[in-house]
Design a protein around this ligand. Structure first.
Ligand code: ADP
Length: 421
C-alpha cells in the first residue's frame, strides 16, 4: 500500500511516500520518496525551493515561483509521479494520505479519517494555531483537488496529551478561561508517543509498567511525562510557546514582562508574538543563531553569549525534567529525540550530569557517537537513557495503515510500480 504523508510547518512543507507491504512491525521503515519545500526567510509565498529524492538515490532540486502555498505543494506532489525522482506512475497509485495536524484541541483524542465534519473542526482550531492548522487544511484541499476521493487521515500532535489530568491541563487563571477553551493541549505528541513505544520495545518492558520522560529537542522543544503509555504532563501548553527554551522561541517567561512591555513600550500583540516566537530563545540570547550546532561551535570559541544561551537551555531542560519526574513519582527511562536530542552529546551530557541524584548516568563513550536508536546509559545506572530518532512521518504512515478503509487496502498497488519507474 502506497501511503503519502504530508507534514506542514509554518515555513516548510515536507512530504514522504511509504510503501508498506504487510502490517508494520517494530522497526521503522524508510520512505521510498521524500520531498520538501522551503519558503525563503521572508515567507514570500512566490519563492520556494523544492527538493525531492527517492530511495534509489535520484535527487532533484528546483527553485520555483508559485502563487500560493497550495500551488507549490501541488508542484511538490507532482514529482512523485513525474520527473527524475518519480516513484509512482500516477496519483491513483496512492492508497491513502496522512497529515500531521498540529492542533486537534479537545475534540480529537485519536487520529481520524478526514470527513467534512473533521475538516470543520480543524478549521475551528485554526483560530488557536493559525500558523499551522491553515497550512494543513491547504494540504488536505490540495489532495482533494489532485486525487479526488483519496481517503485522508488526520494525525494530531495534541492527541497523545489529551488525557492529561485537569490539574496539569488547566491554567490557574479565572475559571472562565477553561470554559472558553483555554487550557494546556501540549504538542509534539506524535513523536512523544512514537518514542514511548519504541523505548518500551528497546527495553523489552511493558509500556504499562514504565515511567518515561521524553525530550523532543528540535527547533521547537518539549518534554512529556509518560505513565502507562499516556502523557500525564508536558511542557508546551495552549500554544507551542510554553515551556522549554527553543531555537527562536522563549518558552515560558513571566507574563508580567508582557504586560510591562505593553504598558511601557506600547507593544502590540503582534509585536510581542514576533519577539517571543522569532527573536528569543537561543537566537535571542546569543545573537549568533537559533541553531544549536552554531551555538556549540561559538561557545567552544569563547563566545560568552553563546555560552549563556547554552547554559540557559540546559538549565531549563534540567528543571523541566525534574518537574516531569515529580509528576511521575520516579523515572525508569529518559529519552532524547529530534535534531538536538539526537545529535548533541554536549546537551545530553550537561543535562544528565545534573540528574545523577535520580540515578541517571551516561556512558561517556556511547553518548559521544550513538548509533541510533541507542541506549547510552552507564551499565549500573537504574534509569535508562535512550537516544531515539524522531520518526513522525513513519508514525503517521502507521496510523494510515491502521485506519485505512478495507477498500484502500484491497486496491493497493504495492511497490511493483516503484520498481518499474
Ligand atoms: P524541527 O523541529 O524543525 O523538525 P529538527 O528536529 O531538525 O527541527 O532540529 C533542529 C535542531 O537540531 C537545530 O537546533 C539544529 O541545530 C539541531 N541539530 C541538528 N544537528 C545537530 C548537531 N549535530 N548538533 C547539535 N544540534 C544539532
Amino acid at each position: 500500500m502506497n501511503i503519502l504523508v504530508l507534514n506542514s510547518g509554518s515555513s516548510s512543507q515536507k512530504a514522504a511516500v511509504y510503501c508498506i507491504e504487510k502490517p508494520p512491525g517494530d522497526d521503522p521503515q524508510e520512505p521510498v520518496w521524500q520531498g520538501r519545500i522551503e519558503w525563503d526567510g521572508t515567507l514570500r509565498r512566490d519563492r520556494a525551493q523544492i527538493e525531492v529524492s527517492n530511495l534509489r538515490g535520484a535527487r532533484v532540486n528546483n527553485r520555483v515561483e508559485a502563487e500560493s502555498r497550495k500551488q507549490a505543494t501541488s508542484q511538490l506532489l507532482a514529482s512523485i509521479w513525474s520527473g527524475a525522482a518519480a516513484v509512482l506512475r500516477s496519483p491513483e497509485e496512492i492508497a491513502i494520505a496522512g497529515h500531521r495536524v498540529v492542533n486537534g484541541g479537545r475534540e480529537f483524542r485519536e487520529s481520524a479519517i478526514i470527513t467534512p465534519a473533521v475538516k470543520g473542526a480543524i478549521e475551528r482550531m485554526a483560530a488557536l494555531a493559525p500558523l499551522h492548522n491553515r497550512a494543513e487544511l491547504d494540504g488536505i484541499e490540495t489532495l482533494e483537488l489532485k486525487c479526488g476521493n483519496l481517503p485522508q487521515v488526520a494525525v494530531f500532535d495534541t492527541a497523545f496529551h489529551s488525557r492529561m489530568p485537569d490539574a496539569a491541563a488547566i491554567y490557574p487563571g479565572p475559571y472562565e478561561w477553561t470554559e472558553q477553551g483555554i487550557r494546556r493541549f501540549g504538542f509534539h505528541g506524535i513523536n512523544h508517543q512514537y518514542c514511548t513505544q519504541r523505548a518500551a520495545r528497546m527495553l523489552r518492558r511493558e509500556l504499562a509498567r514504565l515511567r518515561m520522560i521524553t525530550c523532543h529537542l528540535g527547533n521547537g522543544c518539549s518534554l512529556a511525562a509518560i505513565r502507562d503509555g499516556h502523557s500525564i504532563d508536558t511542557t508546551m501548553g495552549f500554544t507551542p510557546l510554553e515551556g522549554l527554551m527553543m531555537g527562536t522561541r522563549s518558552g515560558s517567561v513571566d507574563p508580567g514582562i508582557l504586560t510591562h512591555l505593553m504598558r511601557r513600550a506600547n507593544l502590540s500583540g503582534e509585536q510581542i508574538d514576533e519577539l517571543l516566537n522569532h527573536q528569543s530563545g537561543l537566537l535571542g540570547i546569543s545573537g549568533v543563531s537559533g541553531d544549536m550546532r552554531e551555538i556549540v561551535a561559538a561557545m567552544k570559541q569563547g563566545h560568552a553569549r553563546a555560552k549563556l544561551a547554552f547554559d540557559i537551555f540546559v538549565h531549563r531542560l534540567k528543571a523541566g525534567i525534574g518537574a516531569m519526574a515529580a509528576a511521575l513519582g520516579g523515572v525508569d527511562a529518559l529519552i532524547f529525540s529530534a535534531g538536538i536530542g539526537e545529535n548533541s552529546p554536549e546537551v545530553r551530557a550537561a543535562t544528565c550530569a545534573a540528574l545523577e541524584f535520580l540515578d541517571v548516568k551516561l556512558d561517556a563513550k556511547k553518548n559521544e557517537n550513538p548509533i541510533l536508536d541507542a541506549d547510552v546509559s552507564a551499565g549500573g545506572a537504574r534509569v535508562r537513557v535512550l537516544v531515539i530518532r524522531a520518526q513522525e512521518d513513519w508514525a503517521i504512515a502507521r496510523e494510515c495503515w491502521r485506519l485505512a478503509p478495507a477498500k484502500a487496502r484491497s486496491e493497493r498497488r504495492s511497490s511493483e510500480s516503484y520498481g518499474k519507474n
